[in-house]
Every structure is written in C-alpha cells, then in structure tokens.
Design a protein around this ligand. Structure first.
Ligand code: IDP
Ligand code: MG
Length: 167
C-alpha cells in the first residue's frame, strides 16, 4: 500500500552534520521524496506536533529540543517520503524511540543519545501510522509544497492577501 510519511531531521541531526548520512540511509528504502524544506520551528508548531505527549514529564524538554534550543540550531529539515509501506520502512530504518535500545545499525542507534537530563535525542522524527502522518503532513506542509496530491484540497479565494515576493 502506498503511504506518505513525515520525516524530520531534528536539530541534533543538523548540528552533527548528519543530513547527508540520514538521507543516504533513507534512500535504501527506494521511496520517493515528494516535499522537502528547512523550517524554523515556533513554539506553537512544536506543541501542536507533540500534542499527544502533553501529559508526559518530558513534554517541555522535547518542545525545546524540536525548536533547537538545546543545540543552538533553530531549524529542522522536514521531508515527505512516499511509496509502498513508507511508514514501516522509514521507522525500521530509524530504530526504536530510545536510542540506547535502538538497533545499533539503525539511524537512532548509530547517532542518537540520551542527555544527562533524560531527553532522548534521537536525530529523526518519523510518523508512526497513517492518521498521524496525515495530521503531521497537514501541519508542516501546505498543498502547493508537495509535488503529488496526497489529500483532498479546497480552493479559497482571498480578497485581500498580503504575501512576500522578491523585490
Ligand atoms: P517516536 O519519535 O519514536 O514516535 P514518541 O513516543 O512519539 O516517539 O515521542 C516523541 C519524542 O519524544 C521522541 O522521538 C523522543 O525524542 C522523545 N521521547 C519519547 N519518549 C521519551 C522518554 O521516555 N524520555 C525522554 N524523551 C522521550
Ligand atoms: Mg511519535
């Protein structure tokens, strides 16, 4: 079954110059990249992304982590991979959430760590099922940033619309 999955290279991955390594590992899946961009993550976006973890004791730390406050790298790379069994293929490559438990050849097993304050710095985010992927993709991307039609869209006419263009 063809699926879409949101991948985030988190700030630790960017700080450790792992972008190339991670993309190379993900290319083993033979999936297609259908969207990619750099994002400066606001507190709102981070909180919305992790809203299902709001009650966890580590919630505040992972919000800071995703915003880059732990790594002095205030950005993440967001990508959408698309193709057969995309979620399972990408999660298998990423490895377990806890980098100490992740298989040592996985991305998280190779490059992740647990900080002294207990945050799992696990380098990548990968959506964990179809409904989570849809929610996350709609949160991180607008339809025109994705080169295929993944979900239903609607046309809205904006009467007064201010947008930035090249000067
Ligand atoms: P996932 O990223 O493997 O889907 P989630 O349960 O969705 O795992 O957790 C989101 C993120 O929160 C993880 O990637 C990790 O950075 C962090 N995290 C999850 N569980 C813990 C924990 O028990 N201690 C510290 N950080 C955690
Ligand atoms: Mg998750």
């Amino acid at each position: 079954m063809d699926q879409a999955v949101l991948i985030l290279i988190k700030p630790d991955g960017l700080k450790k110059s792992l972008t190339g390594n991670i993309l190379t590992r993900l290319s083993e899946t033979k999936l297609e990249i259908v969207a990619a961009k750099m994002v400066r993550v606001t507190q709102n976006l981070a909180e919305e992304h992790y809203k299902h973890l709001k009650d966890k004791p580590f919630f505040n730390e992972i919000i800071k982590y995703l915003q880059g406050e732990l790594h002095d790298r205030k950005k993440v790379m967001a990508l959408i991979y698309w193709g057969n069994e995309a979620i399972k293929k990408c999660r298998d490559l990423a490895g377990s959430t806890n980098p100490e438990e992740a298989e040592s050849t996985s991305i998280r097993g190779s490059y992740g760590r647990i900080t002294t304050s207990g945050v799992y710095e696990n380098v990548v985010h990968v959506s964990s099922n179809d409904s989570e992927a849809e929610r996350e993709i709609k949160l991180w991307f607008s339809p025109e940033e994705i080169i295929v039609d993944l979900y239903a869209t609607q046309d809205i006419v904006h009467k007064e619309f201010k947008a930035r263009s090249w000067a």
